[in-house]
Design a binder for this molecule. Structure first.
Ligand code: ADP
Length: 454
C-alpha cells in the first residue's frame, strides 16, 4: 500500500482471502460465550483502557493515519481523540444495558425483557476515517458483548491494525477482535455472508455497495447497520451570522479535503447575500494551504487515489461546461499528483453533477435561492438523507427548517455536529441504524422476551 501524498510504498499487509476470513469467524465464535458472559463493568474497563491508550499514543497513531490516508496531521490527531471518545462513551453504555419488566394482563405471569449480545458481527469500514469509522462500530459491539471480524478498506489498513493491537493490549481476550486485510473484498464478503454464525454486518461506505450488502444479508437473514453516502445541503439564509456561516462552510466542505460523507456537497445561499458570501468565502478558500499532511500548517492533503481525483476533475469540468464559473482553483495543485486545488464554483444549478452526486473532494458549488421554501425543496430533492446544515438567526426558522429537512443529522448554526454522545446516521438511501449516542448500542443487542409463569 502507498502514501497518497508521495506515491511511495508505505507498508505491506497480508492480502487475505476466504481461508483467513473463515479463521477469523472461527476465532470470534470461540471467543463469543466468554466475552458475552464477562460482567459489563469488566468489559467497560477494557474499553476505558483502550480510550486512555489511544490518547497516550495519539501522536504516533495520528502520524500513521496521515501517512496512509493523507489528511493533515492536526485532523488526524483530532480523529484519534474522536475515535477514543467512542470507547469512553460505550464503556458507560456497557454498564447501562438495562432490561425491562412489563405489567402482565394476568396475575400469574411476569413479562421480562433481556438485552443480549447479537453474537459475532462483521464490521466493514472505509478509508476516509480509518480509525473513527472502526471505533464507532467496535466500541459499541464490544460494549454489548459481541465479538468481531473487521475488514478495513484496502487503502487504509494500518490504523485498523494499530487499533486492534491496542484493544488486545487493553485486555480483550484473543478472538474478540479479528482484523482481516485484503485487496479484494469479494472473498471476505462471500465468507461472512454465507456463514450463519455471523449475525450482523455493520458497514460504512458507498450507497452502491450498501445495497449489495442488504441483498446479500438475505442469504442467512443477518441484521444490518449501514452508513452510506450523502449529498449534504449547507443553507445560508440572509439573516445568518455571515462570519460564522463562512467559517462553518469552510470546515464542513474542506475537512479531509472534502472526503467526508457528511461534508457540505451543495452550498445554498440566499440571493440577497449571495455575492457578498461568494466573495468572502472565496477569499478564505484561496488561502487554504495544500500539501503533504505531515508538514505543519497544511490544511488540504491529497485525494485518496486516482479514481477520486478523476471524479473531482469530471465534476468540475461538467459544471464548467454547463455554465458554472470557477472563481477559485479548478485544477490539479501539482501535476501528476493526487492534490487538487480547493475550488469554488458559482452559478451552479441543481442539474449539474456537482449538485446531484457526492463529489468527495475540495469543491464548493454555490447555488442561489430566493425563499426558505425553495431552499427546503432543493435541499430535499435527493435520494440521500445523511447530514444537512443551515445558518440563520431566526429561532422560528430554526425549528421549521430542522423539521422540514429530510436528513438524519442536522447542524443548525453548527458545521460539526458529530459527537460520540449523539446518534449518527441517515434516512432515505443514506442508511439504516445509528452509531453513537444512547441508540448506538442497540445495534448490537437483541431483545429477548421471557414470559415467566408464577
Ligand atoms: P468508498 O467509495 O468509500 O471506497 P466502498 O463502498 O467502495 O466505499 O468501500 C467501503 C468498504 O466496503 C471497503 O472496506 C471496501 O473494501 C468494502 N467493500 C467494497 N465492495 C464490497 C463488497 N462487494 N462486499 C463487501 N465489502 C465491500
Amino acid at each position: 500500500m502507498t502514501n497518497p501524498a508521495t506515491g511511495a510504498q508505505l507498508a505491506e499487509v497480508p492480502d487475505s482471502g476466504a481461508t483467513e476470513a473463515q479463521a477469523a469467524i472461527e476465532a470470534a465464535s470461540a471467543a463469543l460465550p466468554g466475552w458475552a458472559a464477562t460482567p459489563a463493568p469488566q468489559r467497560a474497563m477494557v474499553l476505558r483502557r483502550v480510550a486512555a491508550m489511544m490518547l497516550e499514543q495519539q501522536e504516533r497513531l495520528a502520524t500513521i493515519m496521515t501517512l496512509e490516508q493523507g489528511k493533515p496531521l492536526a485532523e488526524a490527531r483530532g480523529e484519534i481523540a474522536y475515535a477514543a471518545s467512542f470507547f469512553s462513551w460505550f464503556a458507560g453504555e456497557a454498564e447501562r444495558i438495562y432490561g425491562q419488566t412489563i405489567p402482565a394482563t394476568v396475575a400469574n405471569k411476569r413479562l421480562l425483557l433481556l438485552r443480549q449480545a447479537v453474537g459475532v458481527v462483521a464490521l466493514i469500514t472505509p478509508w476516509n476515517f480509518p480509525s473513527a469509522m472502526l471505533a464507532r462500530k467496535l466500541a459499541a459491539a464490544l460494549a454489548a458483548g459481541c465479538t468481531t471480524v473487521c475488514k478495513p478498506a484496502e487503502q487504509t489498513p494500518l490504523s485498523a491494525l494499530e487499533l486492534g493491537k491496542i484493544v488486545e493490549q487493553a485486555g480483550a481476550p484473543a478472538g474478540v477482535v479479528n482484523i482481516v486485510t485484503c485487496r479484494d473484498p469479494q472473498p471476505f464478503a462471500d465468507t461472512i455472508f454465507t456463514d450463519p454464525r455471523v449475525r450482523k454486518v455493520s458497514f460504512t461506505g458507498s450507497t452502491e455497495v450498501g445495497k449489495i450488502l442488504i441483498r446479500r444479508s438475505a442469504e442467512t437473514v443477518k441484521r444490518v447497520s449501514l452508513e452510506l453516502g450523502g449529498n449534504a445541503p449547507f443553507i445560508i439564509f440572509d439573516d445568518a451570522d455571515l462570519d460564522a456561516a463562512i467559517a462553518g462552510a469552510i470546515s464542513s466542505k474542506f475537512r479531509n479535503a472534502g472526503q467526508t460523507c457528511v461534508c457540505a456537497n451543495r452550498i445554498f445561499v440566499q440571493r440577497g447575500i449571495y455575492a457578498q458570501f461568494a466573495e468572502r468565502f472565496a477569499a478564505q478558500v484561496r488561502n487554504l494551504r495544500v500539501g503533504n499532511g505531515l508538514e505543519p500548517g497544511v490544511q488540504i492533503g491529497p485525494l485518496i487515489d486516482r479514481a477520486a481525483h478523476d471524479k473531482v476533475q469530471q465534476h468540475v469540468a461538467e459544471a464548467s461546461a454547463q455554465g458554472a464559473q470557477i472563481i477559485v482553483g479548478g485544477g490539479a495543485a501539482i501535476p501528476d499528483s493526487l492534490f487538487w486545488t480547493p475550488t469554488v464554483l458559482t452559478d451552479v444549478t441543481a442539474e449539474m453533477l456537482v449538485a446531484r452526486e457526492e463529489t468527495f473532494g475540495p469543491v464548493a458549488p454555490l447555488i442561489p435561492f430566493e425563499h426558505e421554501a425553495d431552499a427546503l425543496r432543493m435541499a430535499n430533492a435527493t435520494d440521500y438523507g445523511l447530514a444537512a446544515y443551515f445558518y440563520t438567526r431566526d429561532v422560528s426558522r430554526v425549528f421549521r427548517v430542522a423539521e422540514g429537512l429530510e436528513y438524519g443529522i442536522i447542524g443548525a448554526n453548527d458545521a460539526l455536529p458529530s459527537t460520540a454522545q449523539a446518534p449518527f446516521g441517515g434516512v432515505k438511501q443514506s442508511g439504516i441504524g445509528r452509531e453513537g449516542g444512547p441508540q448506538g448500542i442497540d445495534e448490537y443487542l437483541d431483545v429477548k422476551y421471557v414470559s415467566l409463569g408464577v
